[in-house]
Write a protein that binds this ligand. Structure first.
Ligand SMILES: *[C@@H]1O[C@H](CO)[C@@H](O)[C@H](O)[C@H]1NC(C)=O
Ligand SMILES: *[C@@H]1O[C@H](CO)[C@@H](O)[C@H](O)[C@H]1NC(C)=O
Ligand SMILES: *[C@@H]1O[C@H](CO)[C@@H](O)[C@H](O)[C@H]1NC(C)=O
Length: 173
C-alpha cells in the first residue's frame, strides 16, 4: 500500500517534470510527435515521446547518425489534394491508427468536441500520429488542408502501437 502510494507520488513528480519540458527543444534524445487521440469518446491532442529513444545507427546509409525505429507498418498510402482553394476534409475519425507525414502543404486540425484543445497545425516535413479511430471518438476531428497538400499515411501493423511517454496537449512548437 505504502509502496503504491510512493510509486504514485514518484510517477506524479515525473509527470510534472515532463510537462515543463518543451519537447524537442529540451529532450532531443526522443522523437516527440503530436498525436490525435480519442479519450472518453472525444478527440483531443497529446504529445508522444516515442520509445525507445534515438540510437546511433549501424545501418548502411545512416551509420553513425541519430536513428529510431518507427515499428511495424502496413498498407501505406499517398494522397494528393487538388491545387487551389483549401480542402475541408470535414469531421472524421482516423481511418487507422497511423503515422501521418506531410510531404507538401499544410494541415489544420480542429477538435469541435474539445474546445480547450487548440487547433493542431502541421506543415511540410511534419510527422504526427492519428489514433482517434472509430469507437474511440464519437465524431473525430476536422482537418482542413491547403490546396496541393501531399500526405503520406502509414497505418501501424495490426495490433501495434509504438511505446511512448505522454504529455497532455499537442507538442510545443
Ligand atoms: C540533439 O542535439 C545535439 C546537440 O545539438 C545534436 O548533436 C544531436 O544531433 C541532436 N539529436 C537529434 C536527434 O536531433
Ligand atoms: C481552427 O479550425 C477551425 C475549423 O477548421 C477554423 O474555423 C479556425 O479558423 C481554426 N483556428 C485557427 C486558429 O487555426
Ligand atoms: C492491411 O491489409 C491487409 C489485407 O487486406 C489486412 O489484413 C490488414 O489488417 C491491413 N492492415 C491495416 C493496418 O489496416
Amino acid at each position: 500500500m505504502l509502496f503504491s502510494l510512493v510509486s504514485l507520488v514518484v510517477a506524479g513528480l515525473t509527470f510534472v517534470g515532463a510537462t515543463t519540458e518543451t519537447c524537442t527543444h529540451v529532450d532531443n534524445t526522443t522523437l516527440w510527435v503530436s498525436a490525435i487521440v480519442g479519450k472518453n469518446g472525444v478527440s483531443t491532442a497529446e504529445c508522444w515521446g516515442i520509445q525507445p529513444p534515438f540510437v546511433v545507427s549501424t545501418q548502411p546509409g545512416t551509420v553513425g547518425n541519430e536513428f529510431l525505429q518507427l515499428g511495424g507498418l502496413s498498407n501505406g498510402s499517398y494522397t494528393v489534394f487538388p491545387a487551389g482553394p483549401d480542402v475541408d476534409a470535414g469531421l472524421h475519425n482516423a481511418p487507422n491508427a497511423q503515422w501521418v507525414a506531410v510531404l507538401t502543404g499544410h494541415g489544420n486540425v480542429n477538435f469541435p468536441q474539445s474546445p480547450a484543445t487548440p487547433n493542431l497545425t502541421f506543415g511540410a516535413g511534419s510527422l504526427i500520429i492519428a489514433m482517434d479511430t472509430p469507437g474511440t471518438s464519437t465524431i473525430g476531428h476536422r482537418t482542413v488542408w491547403t490546396g496541393g497538400s501531399v500526405v503520406m499515411q502509414m497505418p501501424f501493423a495490426p495490433g501495434f502501437v509504438p511505446e511512448h511517454k505522454t504529455i497532455e496537449g499537442a507538442c510545443p512548437k
